[in-house]
Write a protein that binds this ligand. Sequence first.
Ligand code: MLT
Length: 236
Amino acid sequence: MKINVITCADHVSPESVKGNTAVVVDTLRATSVIITAISHGAKSVVPMTSVEEALETKKKLENVVLGGERKARLIDGFDLSNSPKEYTASAVAEKNVVLTTTNGTKAIARSSSAARIFIGALRNARAVAEAAVAEERDAVIVNAGTGGEFSMDDFITAGAIIAHMLELKPAELTDVAKTALIIYETHRDLRSYIQEAHHYGVLEELGLSEDLDFCLQESVEDIVPEYKNGIIKQHF
Ligand code: MLT
């Protein structure tokens, strides 16, 4: 098994993920939100890359909750922002969550030619590592990044997932995957590294420190959502 890392959504091409198990990561905050929504009983999460698409999709589905962000804030007319703490069981159980975010939902859409697509974050790092190893094929950790740029929060999350994969099975790592692993292994106080990330500062400025605390918890969820045929459900 070979493991690679792609450092932002804009760098994903069909060839770069084809035949691989892709694990899409947007720790602050899109994939943390998706894991929380599925964990709290959402029927599905439907990732959209534009607000217009999300509003169109709402017309075609039942029991819809509109969620997401632009500039890290609630979108006009939407029910929920991209704060994981809003995705409670009372808000999303049995609902179809139509979600659009700036980077995370784009990274998911761009990974669609992979053999299988799992949703990863720090919160389910060990569980998603187990699912990726069980697939017995090459894997690629797709970082959403921020605005087409590398993001430190997603990169150290890739390192965490790779560390858990190596606990289960030896693998060949590309240089960027090795670097993510080294960053993770040399920053066990994750916040000491992630607090330097641009987007961490943006969320802190907006007073969203509870979201930061929530998204930085490691391997506290056994949920492994899977993206298939345009929707995300729990992977079994
Ligand atoms: C994104 O997809 O860009 C992020 O999840 C944005 C955020 O939650 O602030």
